[in-house]
Design a protein around this ligand. Structure first.
Ligand code: CTP
Length: 398
């Protein structure tokens, strides 16, 4: 049984670690907790030990604890260390190598991989000091899941929300590489496109759109957690690369197409990117303001989904998305046929749905056999269910 040492920092998101522990135990992992002094203000040792089924180690120096299991053994005994919520303070300690309490000492004493799920106020996350610590830790090999964007407990909006427990659990499984049952995509290769594309107009200007990449990234992470080897081809986004996935960063649609073709052959391809429909021939120099406004001659971009849907090396399962603001199902059905795909995941991005950039999504699965409506779900949950569906479809198409 793989063992996770969960280090719980002091943030309001600490309550989500209770759900995380349950999710990890359901997936057959053992969890042992270290609770920082600040973390104890948000969750109780009793709740943690009831859910983890193990003793909770606290920052207070305890001679009995040290005798039974010292900080060195605690971190050596685990296969993976997880810091959630990773507060600004914990990240700063980790980045500087401070070791003045049990949590930071265990983190410094370990030779095991570390996953951190940051959670803090948006200004704290965006502060140069935190960003410097984040980059330094990434350079040291620490992996990150989240933070997500959205409304925060403090009422502000922006990046800083801790990733949802399922996302953290997926990232943990991907890092542990636990190939057990419940990994229906083991041995499969999956390519996912995500995010917007960015089409240059001149060296400083571009055409793009509001896609956040959240849904595509969540699908890539869920496919990896289900055992697949995943290549994520992403346009420019502000969210981190998912753990356990090979991410290829591109900008323009033509680069995205080339990266997807380079990733073939694969078993399943999911096209979640909001590809700009048009590009322009970019000017080499910055276009100067003149007497009349310049005219942009739009050139149609290649349709990546349609190209792969009709490709000589077409993956067995091709899934497209359809972002619509009206007549959603009619348009989705038409796209299914035109783009040569097996399934269209249609979503309504019009009006107040707030799908673009938001946390939740209401989708409808359109196949040649009909339409299935799903309730409004977290994007991570949509991803997990889609991956289950993908596994069933690819099994059935053998
Ligand atoms: N897509 C793509 N390459 C493009 C345009 C779209 O791969 N150049 C993919 C998207 O990733 C998505 C699907 O096609 O899976 C639908 O994209 P959407 O923009 O909704 O449809 P369009 O083809 O642009 O059609 P319309 O403009 O009529 O909405």
């Amino acid at each position: 049984m793989k063992r996770v040492l969960l280090i719980i920092g002091g943030g309001i998101a600490a309550y989500k670690t209770l759900e995380l522990i349950r999710a990890l135990r359901k997936r057959g992992l053992a969890v042992r907790c270290i609770l920082t002094r600040a973390g104890k203000e948000f969750v109780t040792p009793l709740a943690l030990s009831s859910l983890s089924g193990d003793k909770v180690y606290e920052d207070l120096f305890s001679l009995t604890d040290e005798a039974e299991m010292g900080h060195i053994e605690l971190s050596r005994d685990a296969d993976l260390l997880v810091v959630a919520p990773a507060t600004a303070d914990l990240l700063a300690k980790m980045a500087s190598g401070a070791a003045n309490d049990l949590a930071s000492t265990a983190l410094l004493a370990t030779d095991k991989p570390i996953l951190a799920a940051p959670a803090m106020n948006v200004r704290m996350w965006l502060h140069a000091a935190t960003q410097r610590n984040f980059s330094r830790l990434e350079g040291d090999g620490v992996r990150f899941v989240g933070p997500g964007e959205g409304e925060m407990a403090c009422g502000e909006f922006g990046p800083g929300r801790m990733a949802e427990p399922v996302e953290i659990a997926d990232a943990i499984e991907a890092m542990l590489g636990v190939v057990t049952k419940g990994k229906p995509l083991t041995g499969r290769r999956v390519v996912v496109t995500s995010g917007p594309t960015l089409e240059p107009i001149d060296p400083v200007r571009f055409l793009s759109n509001r896609s956040s990449g959240r849904q595509g990234h969540a699908i890539a992470a869920a496919a990896a957690a289900a055992g697949a080897e995943v290549v994520l081809v992403s346009g420019p986004v502000s969210i981190p690369d998912p753990a356990g996935v090979r991410t290829v960063h591109v900008e323009a649609a033509v680069e995205m197409l080339a990266a997807v073709e380079a990733a073939l052959p694969c078993d399943i391809a999911v096209f979640c990117a909001a590809v700009a429909d048009w590009r322009v021939e970019p000017a080499w120099q910055k276009i100067k303001k003149g007497t009349s406004a310049p005219t942009l001659a739009l050139i149609e971009n290649p349709d990546i989904l349609a190209t792969i849907g009709h490709h000589s090396r077409r993956p067995r399962l091709v899934i497209g998305f359809a972002a619509e603001t009206e007549k959603m199902l009619d348009h989705a059905r038409a796209k299914l046929a035109r783009k040569g795909c097996d399934m269209i995941v249609a979503n309504d991005v019009g009006g107040e749905a707030g799908v673009m950039g938001g946390e939740r999504n209401t989708v409808h699965l359109v196949t040649a056999n009909g339409v299935e409506d799903w309730p409004t779900l977290d994007k991570a949950e949509v991803a997990r269910r889609l991956v289950e569906r993908m596994a069933a479809l690819i099994e059935g198409s053998r």
